[in-house]
Each structure stands twice: as C-alpha cells, then as structure tokens.
Write a protein that binds this ligand. Sequence first.
Ligand code: ZN
Length: 442
Amino acid sequence: MKLIPEKEPSAIGRDMHQLIAGLYPICRSITGNGVRETLGILQGYVPLDIHEVASGTEVFDWTVPKEWNIRDAYVKNRQGVRVIDFRKSNLHVVSYSRPVQQKMALAELKDHLFTVPDRPEWIPYQTSYYKESWGFCLAHNQLQQFAAEEPYEVCIDATLEDGHLTYGEYCLPGTTEEEVLISCHICHPSLCNDNLSGVALAVYLAKALQSLTRRYTYRFLFIPGTIGSITWLCLNERRVSRIKHGVVLAGVGDAGNFTYKRSRRGHAEVDRAFAHVLKYSDDKSVVIDFFPYGYDERQYCSPGFDLPVGCAMRTPFNQYPEYHTSADNLDFVSSDALADSFDKCLTVLSLLEKNETYLNQNPKCEPRLGKRGLYQSTGGKVIRELGELPLLWVLNLSDGGHSLLDIAERADLPFHTIRTAASALEECFLIRPSLLGPSALQ
Ligand code: ZN
C-alpha cells in the first residue's frame, strides 16, 4: 500500500537532502544556541513549539545540565598558525568542553586529543556531557604533523553555565486524542546520517500528514538524545497513556537496507505494521528485536513506560565505520535513501490509520456475494482483480476481535488487499466498523 504524497518520492528525497545541507554547518549539542538555531530553521517548515527547561531541573534520576555554547576554538603552533581550527570543522572540539586558554607541550596536549588511527583522514566525534573536561578531535594524519618539542597555544572559547535545555514539539491533531509519537534527536553537530537524516524525515512526514485525513494525533519531538527524551517523559508523564504507536527516526539516509527495531513489547501494532510493510516491499530489509541500547527508544521502552515505540533506521548505528566521524557527511546520505525511508514510514503510518476492526452484519453462514456484485466472475474491475478469498477472510474474521492487520497476517495477504476487500464489503453493508477495537475483547 502506498500513499501518494504531494511530490514524487525522489523530489522529496532531494528536498530532505537540501534541508540536511542547510542544517549541516551548525554546531549543535545537547543544549545551546546551535539547537535553537536548528529549531528556528525547522519552524520555517512546520510550526514547532519551542520549550526551554532550566538547568538544574530534576528529571527522574537525571538533572538538566548546564548550557554549553562555543564561539571559537583552536590549537596554534609556535608560528601562530591554527593547526586545529574549530572554524574549519565543529567536530574538532569535544562537545561540552570547558573553557581553556593556556600553553602546553605536546605530551600534555596529547591527553586531550582524539583520533581514529585506522581511518587516518577522518575526524572523530566525541562528547563529554556529564564529566567536566575538554579536548580536541582531529584526523590522525593531521596529528602526525605535530612537532614534539613545540609549545602549543590552546584555546576553547566556550561557556558552560546555567541556562536551558531546548527542544521542539509539534502536535498535529487528529479526530481522536490517541497519539502517534515520532521522535528524533537534534544534538549532533556536523553529522548527517546520525541526527540530521532523522530530523529531515520527521519534518517531511509532518508536512505530508498535514494534508491527510487523520484518526490519530501526531506528536513530533525534536529533542537532544537521552536527556531530551528523559526530560520530555518526566514533564509529560500524565499524557503518555495516549501514545498508541511511536517510532524513533535515526540514521535513515545511508545506502544500507532499511532496518526496523521492534519496541520492547515486541509485538505491538507498530512492530507488526513495520514488519508487514517491509515483508511486502520489493527491497531487502531487516527487522530486529529490541535491545536496551541505541537511541531514545531506550527511554520510551524503559519498564516504567514500556511504550509501543520502535526505531526506524537503515544500517544500525554501530555497523558502519563512518558513524560518529567526519565521514558521516553530505555525501554519505542520499536523496534516494531518504525518499525510500520516507515512503516506508508513511506507508506504515497509513496502515495504522486504516487498521480498523469491523463487525460482520451477516454472520450466520456466508452471505451471497453474487447478488451484491462481489462475485469474481461477475463483479466489477476491483472485484475481478481482488478475487473472492480476501472478501471471505474479512467476512470470516470481522467478529469485532480482529483488526484488518490481524486478518492480513492470518490470510498471508498484503494489507491493502484486505483493506480493499473491507471497503467493498462495507459499501454493500455486509460489515460495519466496530466501535471497540480487538483489544476490548482480549
Ligand atoms: Zn550519535
């Protein structure tokens, strides 16, 4: 089943890539002006509410940290040449580095330098959010140029002070208060797949859903990883029971196969919807079980919440060498992969929207299909293509205890076939929507 978005998927992929390119240069972290600037740009796409939570706020076992902002950073050699320059790449500074201004020998400086020796051209991405520290990241080849005897001038012009944690939230109302949560992290600096691809996908899903009829209310969160979801869950604890389905979007722009990580529940409707859509897709894909590591699904799926929230990605985060390095750049994410992730996620959301439960109005023996134009050899084009079997499955299992996805799984048929059959039967008044879903009977 495919929805027809307002644009061709490839055009959407290009638009998503363009959004990523615009956000790429900004130095983001878990707090600070880079996050505000990012959310400000996103407000040009969807009307986000921006929330500010003060440093020191207790959120479950955690505390909202001080706010970090950076203006400049460098290491200069004896000649005053910047041998590491934050202006060339914001990955050069360990995120959350405390301010530094001093001269030191290479031996001392080296304790604060990070490289990836087996990828000597790449700059790694390092953070030190919860332990006050400082450091620089650089290409291993670049480090080899440093002269041992030289004193180096080190400067990190940053502030680490009481301020706020900033996050964006967009609520797109549906006809019910039941919610679909779509969450992505916005805390990484110049990295494309890990971080910006999820942001772009969330934005374009929100834009596409705006123009569709919605049963569910959609809540989009643009939050710093870990501390952001913990903060949101703590501040919104009374509302989380409305969340019926959810997905974390992360790493959805690389060339690898689509991967879906199940929620902790393992068999939630969203888990089954992703598995079903991927099963009937022509592309290779992987469905993996939940494990308590990864992105913000760790918090949504913590036992005190146990929300039905999975994670959509392509190559899992720890399985590509570019992960958390400067090689996760604009070339690493492609319009085609972004468009494919968009298409698959929107198809899943559409399935969830249409996954209704019906009641057979003629449950005592089979109704006569022929006299209602539902017999394959005499019916209209749709019925001739559909055949009788999907109609018989829907009639048989529409007892109020089976959703259309339940029926599709049991019949081993694509959801859209079962959905089409249900529509034909509904038009003939042979079934009608059940006011209670299957969960009411379990
Ligand atoms: Zn990351």
